[in-house]
Design a protein around this ligand. Structure first.
Ligand code: PLP
Length: 300
């Protein structure tokens, strides 16, 4: 039997080892980053908030005018069969719609392209290693690049336009920081590669509402904070205000709530994860197990 334990891909209805999965070099997904995608976590054998991720993916397809042969139910089935075949209990599960190849010679018309869907899964990805997330991570605010404006590339459509994040990551890694976060052109805090950013002020949490992906984990954090009776503000977060925060944390499907103890040369919450981030991180792992939010994978 084929070994899919390192990951699997669903391409044209076939489930194959991740190492064998590829797309053509002339696909606009490759030549123009013309892709809409989403990533849903599987945790302890179940998808978390699957329908919310599918909602966002379907909205992305519409925004991108991507017409794939599969409907929502076929996508759901493909994801379930692929993860089931892989046997992975904890997984990073990507669903992707690519603009595809343009069969008309010389055509630059996106309407001519053959849009297509594929999916892949690999063992669960923590965007920050759990042992680092546990003690708090470090974030470098990119200095040479700003988040691409939301009226240039819509950040609410999960996309492959990572040029700004990649520049920020080089800056961060060259300085020994774990990751990077970007400001918008007005000096507000936006997001980073794979995560949203939260600032804590007493019993209030603030996160940007514009220029960012509306993360499903961001929504889970808002839900968990509401359940704890905390104040919630989704609005622009100017950098000057951000510096006054008691605590900072990140949210991502790749690891949940990730406390931040250092931003540039500034230490937050005395260099250890603050109580709000710690509680919300614990809540997240508890919510991952909630039956009402889980869709079990139909393993054979
Ligand atoms: N912002 C960006 C740019 C992302 O790529 C991601 C996830 O990969 C997030 C935020 C967090 O979104 P979610 O909580 O849905 O994983």
């Amino acid at each position: 039997m084929t070994d899919l334990s390192k990951g699997a891909a669903w391409i044209n209805g076939r489930i194959i080892p991740i190492a064998d999965a590829s797309i053509p070099v002339t696909d606009w997904g490759v030549t123009h980053s013309d892709i809409g995608y989403d990533v849903v976590p599987v945790w302890k054998g179940a998808f978390f908030r699957l329908e919310d991720y599918l909602d966002r993916f379907m909205a992305s397809l519409k925004a991108l005018r991507m017409e794939i042969p599969q409907d929502r139910s076929a996508i759901r089935t493909a994801l379930a069969e692929m993860v089931a075949a892989s046997g992975l209990q904890n997984a990073y599960v990507a669903m992707v719609a690519a603009r595809g190849r343009n069969p008309v010679p010389g055509s630059r018309d996106p309407r001519d392209c053959d849009n297509h869907f594929y999916a892949w899964c690999v063992p669960y990805v923590h965007i920050v290693k759990p042992e680092i997330a546990q003690t708090g991570t470090s974030v470098w605010i990119a200095k040479t690049v700003r988040r691409i404006p939301q009226d240039s590339v819509n950040p609410r459509v999960k996309n492959y336009h990572w040029g700004d994040f990649t520049s920020g990551l080089f800056e961060a890694k060259d300085r020994g920081f774990e990751t990077t976060m970007l400001l918008d052109h007005d000096g507000n805090v936006t997001e980073g590669p794979g995560f949203n950013v939260f600032a804590v002020f007493g019993d209030r949490i603030v996160t940007s509402d514009h220029g960012v992906l509306h993360g499903i984990t961001r929504q889970t954090v808002l839900d968990m904070a509401a359940a704890r009776g905390m104040g919630i503000e989704t609005r622009a977060l100017p950098l000057e205000e951000f510096w006054q925060a008691d605590e900072v944390f990140l949210s991502s499907s790749g690891g949940g709530v990730i406390p931040v103890t250092k931003v540039d040369d500034r230490h937050f919450s005395n260099g250890a994860p603050g109580p709000v981030a710690r509680h919300l991180r614990a809540d997240y792992f508890e919510w991952l197990d909630r039956d009402a939010l889980c869709t079990p994978v139909p393993y054979p």
